[in-house]
Design a protein around this ligand. Structure first.
Ligand SMILES: Nc1ncnc2c1ncn2[C@@H]1O[C@H](COP(=O)(O)OP(=O)(O)OP(=O)(O)O)[C@@H](O)[C@H]1O
Length: 216
């Protein structure tokens, strides 16, 4: 399995946000996007997820023959700043929707709704409307969405925003578990996420971005 990005550049309105970004990730590898506010981390994740068209370059996925050539959006989970849950539906209904909507990709099996909620240590509040949950609880449940359907690629935008220290550690463990099963992760984050071996890409903002020393 391989996620390739070649010479990506992207505009927002008239502004060039970044150019010439390339990376290759294989099974079990993570790429951490760092950089100041507004430097283009979310934009890059949206381009990789297929939510925004790059101004140039391409992103593609290579895997088993049947999967090669699939757009990345078909093989990824995208966790954006927003949690993508309906506040008036219960947590169980929200997770049930995503489980039925996404379905598993070959190579793995999603958890049941109860198992996913237990994995983020919130199984006792599945019945509550999502809108009643605290900001940190909402973020944890949004993360549980990644567990109910198998996707080899996780694209995470500030996954630990609004989380307490214990939940940060929990997310880091779930991300490590995903990598340990051969998954791939691209995460924009201001926290180190405790991923020692992760590649790093430092976004610099307008006009350019450059790779860290440990990633070529
Ligand atoms: N719809 C838009 N139209 C014009 N400019 C935009 C739009 N959305 C974002 N931008 C600009 O694009 C730049 C990159 O934004 P982006 O959200 O990718 O940064 P980021 O590195 O993720 O920031 P943060 O750390 O604050 O989340 C910013 O200067 C932002 O103001």
């Amino acid at each position: 399995m391989r996620l390739n990005a070649e010479n990506l550049s992207a505009h927002r309105g008239e502004d060039l946000i970044f150019s010439n970004i390339s990376f290759n990730l294989t099974a079990g590898e993570a790429l951490l996007l760092t950089g100041p506010n507004g430097s283009g981390k979310s934009t890059l994740l949206k381009v990789v997820a297929g939510l925004m068209r790059p101004a140039s370059g391409r992103v593609f996925w290579q895997a088993e023959p049947a999967e090669t050539g699939l757009p990345v959006r078909e093989v990824c989970h995208y966790l954006g700043h927003r949690n993508a849950m309906k506040p008036e539906l219960s947590v169980a209904e929200n997770l049930g929707f995503w489980r039925a909507f996404l379905c598993d990709r070959p190579g793995g099996t999603g958890l049941s709704i109860g198992e996913a909620a237990a994995a983020v240590e919130l199984e006792a509040i599945l019945h509550l409307p999502f809108g009643y949950l605290s900001a940190g609880q909402q973020r944890r449940m949004a993360f549980a969405k990644l567990l109910v359907a198998h996707r080899p690629v996780w694209l995470l935008d500030e996954p630990t925003a609004a989380l307490d220290v214990a939940a940060e550690a929990l997310f880091a463990r779930l991300i490590r578990d995903h990598l340990g099963r051969g998954g791939l992760v691209v995460a924009a984050t201001h926290q180190p996420l405790d991923l020692v071996a992760a590649h790093r890409l430092e976004m610099k903002g307008f006009q350019y971005a450059e790779t860290g020393e440990d990633f070529a």
